[in-house]
Design a protein around this ligand. Structure first.
Ligand code: FMN
Length: 360
């Protein structure tokens, strides 16, 4: 039994946001020990010019203010993503705004991009010594008069410290944000963001890849539009997906009525179907990061089989504890041995057709 197994019951008596704050505080003090993970050539993945030691990353939203990126890498994650960060600090929605769906191993949140803003995160990231891969997830302030300008500001502000950028247009908790997924808005956004990135590449002599993070609540036409714009721009990859507004198949009816985005196990199926459908539209090569309900080595592999090059997780760590990333990496190592693979990516897209044909 792990320390987390003992702490889980008392932690779960606390409001989820209070528990989250305690976990960040514990990681900051170094109280949480590092986890040893296998450094295995077969798990190394090269994506968008970056060398990932393993394909399991921390998804955005846990370390919004870049307080503990090195601690997350020590837990065994192959990469970590800070943010979403908006130019100005922002309080977000009134509390309570995070809800556990214990029976479902799910989470509903309506945080609304609470974060300390660019400046605070930049000073923390600038002080880091690590060579590990830390991505910066950027967004727009709720009251912004020009949302595209907020994303462009994020690129300029973090170009010196980010190893990659995530352009997040898929949070359901900032009114109108998901409208940026519509074809014309997306075209304008991608043109502006990628022009800013190219200007920074010319200035710094270092290229920072840009990924676009999309919602799992898309129609076929919506997926067509996103794929067309992604292919029309020199984007480096897609992250599929953010939280869902759907409430399909939940056991915990008590919390299901809360407004916000649902994540964890209940979003696994939907996000994996959308991932496979986007893989079919984008062809074999454009990098895709699979996110949503990854809870084990088996679910991580299923994302890769559906078409992902990398995976990320957040919600299932709430239920399984800080050792989850290391457990998954060990599980992946065992699986590549069992299957006799020389690279985990040999299973990539082997189940794209199966997942893409499942009903949403
Ligand atoms: C409490 C919470 C806060 C989140 N905040 C963000 C965020 O700020 N930006 C973002 O792009 N995604 C955010 N997400 C979404 C996650 O990054 C991820 O896409 C989603 O939860 C699905 O993965 P999971 O099932 O492993 O949690 C948040 C998720 C949760 C549960």
């Amino acid at each position: 039994m792990s320390v987390f197994d003992l702490l889980r019951a008392p932690l779960f008596t606390l409001d989820p946001e209070t528990a989250h704050g305690l976990s960040i505080a514990a990681l900051k003090t170094g109280f949480v020990p590092s986890c040893s993970v296998p450094q295995d050539e077969r798990l190394r993945v090269r994506v968008a010019g970056l060398d990932f030691p393993n394909p399991v990353g921390l998804a955005a939203g846990y370390d919004k203010n870049a307080e503990v990126p090195e601690a997350m890498l020590r837990l065994g994650f192959g990469f970590t993503e800070v943010g979403t960060l908006t130019p100005k600090p922002q309080a977000g929605n009134p509390r309570p705004r995070i809800f556990r769906l214990v029976e479902d191993e799910g989470v509903i949140n309506r945080l609304g991009f609470n974060n300390e803003g660019h400046e605070a995160a930049l000073s923390r990231l600038s002080a880091l010594k690590t060579t590990g891969i830390i991505g910066v997830n950027i967004g727009a302030n709720k009251d912004s008069a020009d949302r595209i300008a907020d994303y462009v500001a994020g690129i300029h502000r973090f170009a010196g410290v980010a190893r990659y950028f995530t352009v997040n247009i898929s949070s359901p908790n900032t009114p109108g944000l998901r409208d940026l997924q519509a074809r014309e808005s997306l075209a304008a956004l991608l043109s502006a963001v990628l022009a800013a990135r190219d200007a920074e590449t010319a200035r710094q002599g270092r290229n920072v890849p840009v990924f676009l993070k999309i919602a799992p609540d898309l129609t076929e036409e919506g997926m067509d539009d996103i794929a067309a714009e992604v292919l029309a721009h020199p984007l480096d990859g897609l992250i599929v997906s953010n939280t869902t507004l759907s409430r399909d198949g939940l056991k915990d009816a008590r919390q299901a009525g809360e407004a916000g985005g649902l994540s964890g196990k209940p979003v696994f199926r939907r996000s994996t179907i959308v991932l496979a459908r986007m893989r079919k539209r984008l062809g074999p090569d454009l990098p895709i990061v699979g996110v949503g309900g990854v809870s084990s080595a088996a679910t991580a592999i299923e994302k890769i089989r559906a078409g992902a090059d990398l995976v990320q997780l957040y919600s299932c760590m709430v239920y399984r504890g800080p050792g989850l990333a290391a457990d998954i990496v060990r599980g992946l190592r065992d699986e590549v041995s069992r299957l006799g693979l020389s690279s985990i990516l040999e299973v990539k897209s082997t189940a794209t057709e199966k997942w893409a044909s499942e009903a949403l």
